[in-house]
Design a protein around this ligand. Sequence first.
Ligand code: FEO
Length: 155
Amino acid sequence: MATGTGFVVEWRDGFKVGVSQVDAEHRHLFTLVKALSLDNVQDTLNELLDYVVTHFTNEQELMDHSGYPGFREHLVLHENFSAQVADFLASNSEWDEDRIMELRRFLNKWLVGHILTHDLRFGRWYLDQERSAAIQAAATGNRKVGWFDRLLGRG
Ligand code: FEO
């Protein structure tokens, strides 16, 4: 939605993918995009891009460590986003209200589209895995097999 100060999309619960760490990071990204203004553009943009790297790294680790089958494809989406931002900034044009609004529009649009399609797909898969693991743990009496059990041939 457009406001008097430019294009701003507010975070809402409908953007949640169900993985608390990922949701908290997405929320912070929206806050930083919203904070972009002509007065603070360089500092806020640095903070935002730094946080994007943090978020992508954390999300990718979660995907990689959990064995998410769509991990490679997702990685490419993150890389494409980084290339698009680099393109946008490469023009080195002077910052003005229009350029800030264009950046915000691009960032919000990309974030909403990416979260509601690709991150949500991961969130659903991740929660399914958690549910399956919980069911399996309940079915096996939640007995953890340690080195001692294995030593005694009980694992
Ligand atoms: Fe939350 Fe795939 O970025």
